[in-house]
Design a binder for this molecule. Structure first.
Ligand code: HEM
Length: 418
């Protein structure tokens, strides 16, 4: 399908990609939660059973675990009828729709089970010393120069290098992966703003070609890496098709990038905007783990995920018809006062933090242990390298993506470099 032939966008969509909502969506979530927690988006066009945004924790929690809601978004009218706006290579058969993220059982169970066998907690734990070395080396020069662009110099390259090495693709290619990943995750924004999505399409084609070559190499000569382990799992039981193997490699490469970058970026900004909490964390470093959970809750890197209603279902006393598209508002659920006392307070020592930032249920983030490990190492290294971390005064702006929430750049300075 050519991207030029895409349908015009339903009115009402582009606004969420710009302006104050991008900077701070939380007041809007709060007012929706109070007035219309199962909110039907005012998009008439041809979206059939409608598109609904959930902002209550209980409702998002239900949507993520209810088998009547499918992860295959194509089962919603909104996506089925507007498929021409999606570049096939990004969201179609050749892209992420072949990955577990958008599958239901039994395929989901089969593919996730295989990947779980290869992506073991041991494989993740073994990475610790290596991630520490990468984090320290990324910070060495900025610490000496007493200034750092947290995103460009630290939180973007760190997960990109780690996931490249884990998968077994050359880490020196990570700037290229980052460019491809950025173009691909920008696709929804490009579609919504009506600009061309060819960049995303080309990026995914190049990335798929690249991964195909790596898979062929590992098939011929296995190594101790995740792609070799997936190839072995495929050959053992013939349980993963070639297309699924490619989509899995693609998903792992993409899922680990921007999300972890945004956790470190959003988390650093939260600490800098709450100096009392930063001081407390420095004084009580044993709070680091709960601080990271609070960063995940307070400004979630993934603000929402989609589900398609496959049979009529009641959520929050509203009946959603078969074919409705549901946006499970993770970022909104994480500020729900019914679950989190004083939800707008950033508290590094918060207890009983039942945030939904890694999702819930069958699709719970497979990379959560890795993301937590990377964040723990990143913050320890950052606080050590910058004993007096402060904002540099440079303007702060968010990426134009309401789902993957993160900063364009974040410049910090140190009054007394280590
Ligand atoms: C802070 C970082 C991260 C956040 C906030 C995050 C968030 C999420 C969320 C919300 C989901 C569920 C989506 C849904 O239910 O539709 C998910 C799924 C997934 N994540 Fe992550 N993620 C992060 C890092 C990672 C990393 C580092 C990897 C791998 C290297 C990863 C791999 C995956 C995979 C494979 C899935 C699909 C699981 C499934 O469908 O069964 N994620 N992630």
């Amino acid at each position: 399908m050519s991207v030029e032939s895409r349908a015009p966008l339903p009115p009402g969509i582009p606004q969420v990609f710009s302006g104050p909502l991008l900077e701070n969506p939380y007041p809007l979530y709060a007012s929706l939660r109070a007035s219309s927690p199962v909110f039907q988006l005012p998009i008439p066009a041809d979206v059939g059973a409608g598109v609904f945004l959930l902002t209550r924790h209980a409702d998002v929690h239900q949507a993520l675990r209810d088998a009547r809601l499918s992860a295959d978004r194509r089962r919603s009218h909104a996506i089925a009828r507007n498929r021409q706006v999606l570049p096939r290579q990004v969201m179609g058969e050749e892209g992420l729709f072949r990955s577990m993220l958008m599958m239901d059982p039994p395929d989901h169970t089969r593919v996730r089970g295989l990947v779980n066998k290869a992506f073991t907690p041991r494989r993740v734990a073994e990475l610790r010393p290596h991630i520490e070395t990468i984090a320290k080396s990324l910070l060495a020069e900025p610490a000496a120069a007493r200034k750092l662009d947290v995103i460009g110099e630290f939180s973007a390259p760190l997960p990109a290098i780690v996931i490249a090495e884990l998968l077994g693709v050359p880490a020196e290619d990570h700037p290229q992966f980052r460019r491809w990943a950025a173009a691909i995750v920008a696709a929804p924004t490009a579609i919504a703003s009506g600009t061309e999505v060819l960049a995303a399409q080309r990026a995914i084609e190049s990335l798929n070609d690249y991964l195909r070559a790596v898979i062929a190499e590992r098939r011929a000569q296995p190594r101790n890496d995740l792609i070799s382990a997936l190839v072995a799992a495929q050959e053992d039981r013939d349980a993963l098709s070639d297309a699924e193997l490619l989509a899995t490699s693609l998903l792992l490469l993409l899922a680990g990038h921007e999300t972890t970058t945004n956790l470190i970026g959003n988390g650093t900004l939260a600490l800098l905007r709450h100096p009392d909490q930063l001081a407390r964390l420095r004084a009580e470093p044993e709070l680091l783990r709960s601080a990271i959970e609070e960063m995940l809750r307070w400004d979630s890197p993934v603000q929402g995920t989609l589900r398609a209603v496959t049979e009529d279902v009641e959520i929050g006393a509203v009946t959603l018809r078969q074919g409705a598209l549901v946006i499970a508002g993770i970022g909104a659920a994480n500020r729900d006062p019914a679950v989190f006392p004083e939800p707008d307070r950033f508290d590094v020592a918060r207890r009983d933090n039942r945030h939904l930032s890694f999702g819930f249920g069958a699709h719970f983030c497979l990379g959560a242990p890795l993301a937590r490990l990377e964040a723990e190492i990143a913050f320890r290294a950052l606080l050590e390298a910058f004993p007096k971390l402060a904002l540099s005064g440079a303007p702060i702006s968010h990426r134009p993506n309401p789902i993957l929430r993160g900063l364009q750049a974040l410049e910090v300075a140190s009054e007394s470099p280590s």
